[in-house]
Design a binder for this molecule. Structure first.
Ligand SMILES: *[C@@H]1O[C@H](CO)[C@@H](O)[C@H](O)[C@H]1NC(C)=O
Ligand SMILES: *[C@@H]1O[C@H](CO)[C@@H](O)[C@H](O)[C@H]1NC(C)=O
Ligand SMILES: *[C@@H]1O[C@H](CO)[C@@H](O)[C@H](O)[C@H]1NC(C)=O
Ligand SMILES: *[C@@H]1O[C@H](CO)[C@@H](O)[C@H](O)[C@H]1NC(C)=O
Length: 426
């Protein structure tokens, strides 16, 4: 009944163990769950000029670049089945609208992913149902420009751009870039792609194209050696780290992943306060969403969430005497899990709160990463009408650095000016 971890195990010895550990937090039944997952396997987002598979794009990816593949559908079905097995005792056997709410970004691949996931979670929405018994499950979304929860207005946010600039001017960042002073021009030469303006982001796009092709059994060009792929992955990690990591990771989170974290906590509080029957909220989103959330939780560890990776928040009633003064939160614990493969999920701990974390403490520890009570900075700013008009150079530091290096080497003519920010959901 208690849900994950208890099903199928002898309960007696476990209870005894818990009784022998009077100081341990005794986790009670599940009361609320929020899961955030990345869409499944997709086609590459783009090609590059020297891509040997460029001409075959229509044949290789019949549904188009950036679209969910059949493999992606299968991965989400599998994730949905995992959620069913984990929450079989918690959720009703069939979808009930007052129990489960599903929200997706307004992309084909995340909307389809949510549907495929739900087909695994709710048998009546699943494949192979007799027609009369088949029922689809609704997925909610909002237009991209209005999505303040799963995508973040970092491009038009001067404060975020300032924070990024600080990151890209840091000594470690510059040292890493210097190390790639030969590699990046080489990459331009091999791909025929200009990296001007956003070298790291574009290097990441090349990596994405190569990884998608490799995942689908296509031969890679000879220059794309394991060493090159590894360097591209390091470049991508540096870029991500600058966006979600130190310096001032908490302030960056307030403008990005902390918004979603705050929404999840607010959602739970509201459910509890009003005694609503809502049990689960599902968010179908992107690796950028998960990375921002990991940043807000202080859990970004340098690895990029693979397709269908899922971060879960489980709220449980806490048994025994709550030790906290805060009545409202002393009786609930939060635990986190991360599932990035088809195996068992990994239990994660919020830094500073090992094990299931009392909700009050969870709130306290995450407060600096959540938006201030008076609202999210930059959320009032209108979306830029023309992307290039109001965009602030993202990698100004990086560009200046590379420009200096490359000017010396006479390799590249830099044309900084029309720079785009990281933050494209992928
Ligand atoms: C680019 O490649 C061409 C031949 O493919 C080579 O002649 C040239 O030296 C390369 N340039 C750089 C900067 O590597
Ligand atoms: C929970 O969050 C979703 C969006 O994330 C929202 O639409 C819904 O109204 C919230 N429910 C409650 C009870 O706060
Ligand atoms: C926790 O306590 C508050 C008030 O003290 C109550 O409203 C709420 O239902 C309790 N939650 C659980 C899960 O027991
Ligand atoms: C899964 O996540 C863990 C923890 O972040 C990481 O060490 C591991 O490499 C990841 N595995 C995959 C397949 O991404």
């Amino acid at each position: 009944m208690a849900g994950p971890g208890f099903g199928g195990h002898p309960v007696g010895p476990l209870l005894l163990l818990l009784l022998l550990l009077p100081q341990a937090l005794v986790e009670g039944p599940l009361v609320f769950v929020a899961v955030v997952f990345r869409h499944g396997d997709r086609a590459p987002l783009a090609s590059y000029p020297a891509d040997p598979h460029k001409e075959a794009v229509a044949a290789l990816w019949p549904r188009g670049l950036g679209q969910l593949t059949a493999e992606g559908v299968r991965q989400q079905l599998e994730l949905g089945r995992f959620l069913r097995s984990r929450y079989d005792a918690f959720l009703s056997p069939e979808y009930r609208r007052e129990e489960v709410y599903v929200r997706s970004t307004d992309f084909d691949r995340t909307l389809e992913s949510a549907q495929a996931n739900l087909a695994g979670l709710f048998p009546e929405a699943g494949p192979g149902r007799p027609e009369a018994a088949w029922r689809p499950v609704p997925v909610h979304t909002v237009p991209l420009a209005q999505d303040k929860l799963l995508r973040f207005p970092t491009r038009s946010c001067p404060r975020y751009q300032e924070l990024l600039r600080e990151a890209t001017e840091a000594a470690a960042y510059r040292r890493a870039l210097e190390g790639w002073a030969d590699f990046l021009p080489h990459l331009e030469n091999c791909t025929g792609l200009s990296l001007v303006g956003e070298p790291l982001r574009r290097a990441w796009k090349v990596l994405d194209t190569l990884m998608c092709q490799r995942a689908h059994g296509l031969p890679l060009p000879s220059w794309a050696s394991p060493d090159v792929l590894q360097t591209l992955a390091q470049i991508s990690a540096l870029d991500i780290g600058a966006h979600v990591g130190p310096p001032r990771a908490a302030e960056k989170a307030q403008l990005t992943g902390g918004i979603l974290l705050d929404a999840i906590l607010a959602n739970f509080s509201r459910v509890q306060r009003l005694g609503l029957p809502l049990k689960m909220v599902m968010y179908s989103a992107h690796d950028s969403t998960l990375l921002a959330l990991q940043g807000a939780l202080g859990l970004y560890d340098g690895h990029t969430p693979p397709y269908a990776a899922c971060l879960g928040f489980e709220f449980r009633r806490r048994l025994g005497d709550p030790e906290e003064d805060d009545e409202d939160s002393g009786n609930v614990t939060v635990s986190l899990f991360y599932r990035n493969s088809t195996g068992l999920p990994l239990g994660l701990s919020l830094p500073g709160c090992p094990g299931p974390c009392p909700l009050g403490r969870f709130r306290q520890l995450t407060a600096p990463a959540r938006p201030p009570a008076h609202g999210v900075p930059c959320h009032g700013a209108p979306e830029p009408a023309s992307p290039t008009a109001t965009m602030v150079p993202l990698l100004a530091g990086a560009v200046a650095m590379l420009a200096a290096l490359c000017a010396g080497l006479g390799l590249l003519a830099w044309r900084p000016g029309c720079l785009r920010a990281w933050g494209d959901p992928v």
